[in-house]
Ligand binder design. Structure first.
Ligand code: DAH
Length: 367
């Protein structure tokens, strides 16, 4: 007999006429319940269905028993049926609670398994990038000058006209200011500007330090240039200054030649051409044999065999006057290089804007 058959009948129909008969029926029901619980899986959905089947208000087994056995029982058996039913209910509830705890534990466990990190999966690779080609060039330049006793110092990008011009022997109406026409900070046409070169750090360093001085100064500089393939409103320089007693033009030339060979390779030759800067005397343009043709002449060097590298010279004694150095005792040399230019030359880059566009296709070429 199925459970439904059993509980939809009355006690009389089932032939239970006394307490023993009632007890036997309840024992049967309890036994079936225990069996079903034992074979029941811990799956939540089917457990819900099982609960409904046993404890559902309307047609659950317990309700059926209440309606068909208890309520419909002859008065002399009511007490016995009531007691048996209470025992059965208590048993069912206790077991259900036990099972609920079990089912939840299993669900929790499988949720944990689902969320578990799979350590055998390969990790997510986040590329960390590389140093920009300008930075790489700076590092190379700094390495070379450090190797011969220079130290690296940095200075402010916002300068006063005094450091940017006057103390470098460029008085107010000097024509050398023309090509450095520059960015003044708003409301301070005379008090602050974006430095047009790294040379102001020559002055700041000599003001602070006693000779001997041997420094290089990397940094950004700004000019009101029209942008094209070799010009921008900002570029990078590295300044150099060496001042001591007895520094001669030979020291200057030797340093410059050493630098050119280190930077461009042992075959590179150096040439000095007369030039003019207000803060050096004499002044020179430093040229190197063309890195493309090696000096035989090509389009890059306009068939001259030489490429202009940077400006330099012996420090003009007038500059020492601004920093209270003794011009009779001291001498020295200075130079100022355009780092973007050097990088473009060294790595064969033809367009300056490429350096600033952050296009990874370009940057990846300089790992
Ligand atoms: N400051 C110069 C410029 O930006 C470059 C320069 C030339 C720097 C000669 C020097 C130097 O120190 O001696 O055009």
């Amino acid at each position: 007999m199925t459970m439904i058959d059993l509980t939809s009948k009355t006690l009389a129909e089932l032939g239970a006429a006394d307490e023993a008969g009632v007890a036997a029926l309840f024992a049967d029901v309890r036994c079936r319940f225990d069996e079903q619980v034992a074979i029941h899986s811990t799956d939540r959905e089917s457990w819900k269905a099982f609960l409904v089947q046993w404890t559902g208000r309307k047609s659950g087994t317990l309700s059926q028993i209440t309606d068909n056995w208890l309520k419909a029982s002859p008065p002399e058996l009511k007490r016995a049926v009531g007691q048996e039913l209470n025992k059965l209910k208590a048993h069912v509830e206790a077991i259900i609670e036990e099972k609920r705890v079990q089912i939840e534990a299993v669900a929790e466990q499988s949720a944990q398994l689902r969320d578990k990190i799979d350590l055998s999966l390969p990790g997510i690779e986040r590329p960390i990038g590389t140093r920009h080609v300008i930075r790489q060039t700076y590092e190379e330049l700094e390495r070379i000058f450090r190797s011969i006793g220079f130290s690296v110092v940095e200075g402010p990008e916002i300068e006063t006209p005094y450091y940017n011009f006057e103390a470098l022997n460029i008085p107010e109406h000097h024509p050398a200011r023309d090509n450095m026409d520059t960015f003044y900070l708003e409301g301070s046409r005379t008090s602050h500007l974006l430095r047009t070169h790294t040379s102001p750090m020559q002055i700041r360093t000599m003001e602070k330090e006693k000779p001997p001085v041997r420094i290089v100064v990397p940094g950004k500089v700004y000019r009101r240039d029209n942008p094209d393939s070799t010009h921008g409103y900002m570029f990078h320089q590295i300044e150099g200054l060496a001042v001591d007693e007895d520094i001669t033009f030979c020291d200057f030339k030797g340093t410059v030649e050493y630098f050119v060979r280190e930077f461009l390779g042992p075959k590179a030759k150096t040439r000095l051409r007369p030039s003019y800067f207000p803060f050096t005397e004499p002044s020179a343009e430093v040229d190197a044999t063309c890195h493309v043709c090696g000096g035989s002449g090509c389009r890059v060097c306009k068939f001259s065999g030489w490429i202009e590298l940077f400006g330099a010279g012996m420090v003009d004694p007038a500059v020492y006057g601004f920093v209270k150095y003794d011009a009779d005792k001291l001498s020295g040399f200075a130079f100022g290089m355009g780092v973007d230019r050097l990088a473009m030359m060294k790595y064969g880059i033809s367009e300056l804007p490429l350096l600033y566009q952050n296009d990874v296709r370009f940057l990846r070429q300089f790992p």
